[in-house]
Write a protein of this length. Sequence first.
Length: 117
Amino acid sequence: MRFLADESCDFAIVRALRAAGYDVLAGAEITPRAEDAEVIDLALGEGRMVLTEDKDFGRLVYAHGQKTGGVILLRYPVSGRMRLAHDLVELVNERGDRLMGCFVVIQPGRVRISRIP
């Protein structure tokens, strides 16, 4: 799987996925300060899922109908941040390509996966 991590993502997530063998671009490295819609377009054009901690991506996908190859929204409070990278890598290892085309919300102890209309 291939990912594009939005600038809102903790870089530990990028490092953990790369260490697990996944192709991850970090928005901060390639398109600093890009608008959210631009991030989605770039990811879609390259066959990547967006990784973000920014809830605005849900608005773009559902309210505005922004086309996307998939989004993983990371919702971990400060108290759970130590498990975030581990839980994300575990999710991707288990579900893999089945996550493509979905809007995924991952929280401590909970994962919601919705197909994007």
